[in-house]
Design a binder for this molecule. Structure first.
Ligand code: ADP
Length: 452
């Protein structure tokens, strides 16, 4: 049987996967909603099949429609990309039961990592440090009060099934805890269909450092270094870079080893990311494991030369990793800016609509992963990511310079974007020095607004 992959996603990541399939000589089938009929992923795949109407719940989140599409088109694998159903263990389980390869870890592993309270326990069992917090899910406010006393304020209430920076509340004292606890549970239920929450001590202004891993079916597990994703707005990443200006060789090695330890313990197969927060002293703490390809994966590809999406596909089809830990080397410095359809001046409100003039940046060491084309209409139904602008330089200074030039030459007319905002960050002295943490954007916004 010839290999054929259903790409269960849209936008730039669908294109990224289709391109990898083409390079590997594997047929690809795009799925699309009625809002995406004119999308590039529909045009570039070998086949395309409509899976429902505009709303994601009727299309990109419809397990029945997607699995039927895979069967109808004779696919023997499904790549879920990121978001949508990529970390849904039920979806992975049905795919497995239909004898279709799910390009990702097993449904069992997804389930173990999907509940972040459980994932914490797994990290602890591996001897990997976690942030001080509750021992699993906290069921009542009374229980939360006792635990909060023990760990000390400020603390975070986190949705166990949360993701994408949502379902996290900070509380500074018992009064705030009382006010927020049940509200967070309700929000967790509304957003993730699961009301369970757990508590974690707030690490003041940490860095977000994550380790990329790859694991095959034969017990080979390697890491591909870190990504610094500390430039975030409301716990959502905006700029990522590797290597982290903050991480020493020693720390990289220790964190890498710990990430591999967790993956081995889980029996993990495919690409995955182990996320940590790191405090000012360089103490690191596990926060969660993401069982999919990450938005920011290209920066790791640029410095290691490893095509992570191709590796995911090869692993899913049973190939052994063709390299070992000692073969992984890091060359130069890579930065990614997420270009979103949003109105920075109006609290980053989504800005869908028609794109008129479009000019893509380019040149040596510049990579653009995007599904945009001129006259494309950005639909209002999905996330606001328009493009990922990635640069690779010999060192951090060169990468920043390249990013400045690329942002300057990037034109998207017709809708509002954050291109200029990213450009300003690339000139901020703290960013240029590499001296930042997860509070950077908040402070930067105050600075920009005070100067306006
Ligand atoms: P999600 O699954 O929604 O991405 P995470 O648990 O990965 O949620 O956390 C998202 C972000 O929130 C992190 O990148 C970090 O900036 C912040 N964060 C999470 N846990 C802590 C913590 N214990 N202390 C300080 N910041 C945290």
């Amino acid at each position: 049987m010839q290999n054929k992959i259903l790409v269960a996603n849209r936008g730039e990541i669908a294109l990224r996967i289709i391109r990898a399939c083409k390079e590997l000589g594997i047929s690809s089938v795009a799925i699309y909603s009625t809002a995406d009929t004119d999308s590039l992923h529909v045009k570039f795949a070998d086949e395309a099949i409509c899976v429902g109407s505009e709303k994601s719940t009727n299309s990109y989140l419809s397990m029945n429609n997607i699995i039927s599409a895979a069967i109808a088109t004779g696919c023997n694998a499904i790549h879920p990309g990121y978001g949508f159903l990529s970390e849904n263990e039920k979806f992975a389980e049905i795919v497995e039961k239909c004898n279709i390869k799910f390009i990702g870890p097993s449904s069992k592993v997804i389930e173990q990592c999907g509940n972040k309270a459980r994932a914490r326990k797994i990290a602890q069992e591996c001897g990997v440090p976690v942030v001080k917090g509750s021992n699993g899910v906290v069921k009542s406010l009374d229980e939360a009060k006792v635990i909060a006393q023990e760990i000390g304020y400020p603390i975070l209430i986190k949705a166990a099934s949360g993701g994408g920076g949502k379902g996290i509340s900070i509380v500074k004292n018992e009064e705030e805890l009382t006010r927020t606890f049940e509200k967070t549970m309700l929000e967790a239920y509304a957003n993730f269909g699961d009301r369970s929450v757990y508590l974690e001590k707030l690490i003041e202004n940490p860095r977000h450092i994550e380790i990329q891993i790859l694991a095959d079916h034969y017990g080979n597990v390697i890491h591909l270094g870190e990504r610094d994703c500390s430039i975030q707005r409301r716990n959502q990443k905006m700029i990522e870079e590797t290597p982290s200006p903050f991480i020493t060789e020693k720390l990289r090695e220790r964190m890498g080893k710990d990430a591999v330890k967790i993956a081995k313990y889980l029996g993990y197969v495919s690409a995955g990311t182990v996320e940590f927060v790191v405090d000012k002293e360089g103490n690191y703490y596990f926060i969660e494991m993401n069982t999919r390809i990450q938005v920011e994966h290209p920066i790791t590809e640029m410095v290691t030369g490893v095509d992570l999406v191709k590796e995911q596909i090869k692993i899913a089809y049973g190939q052994e990793l063709s390299f070992k830990q000692e073969d992984i080397t890091f060359t130069g410095h890579a930065i990614e800016c997420r270009i979103n359809a949003e109105d920075v001046e109006h609290n980053f409100a989504p800005s869908p609509g028609k794109i008129n003039n479009l000019v893509f940046p380019g040149g040596f060491g510049v990579r653009l992963d995007s599904h945009l084309y001129s006259n494309y209409v950005v639909p209002p139904y999905y996330d606001s990511l328009l493009a990922k602008l990635i640069v690779h330089g010999q060192n951090r200074k060169e990468a920043i310079r390249k990013m400045r030039v690329a942002l300057e030459q990037f034109v998207i007319d017709g809708i509002k974007t954050n291109i200029e905002f990213q450009y300003l960050i690339m000139h901020n002295p703290d960013f240029v020095r590499g001296s930042y943490d997860t509070s950077f954007i908040k402070r930067f916004l105050e600075l920009v607004r005070s100067e306006a």
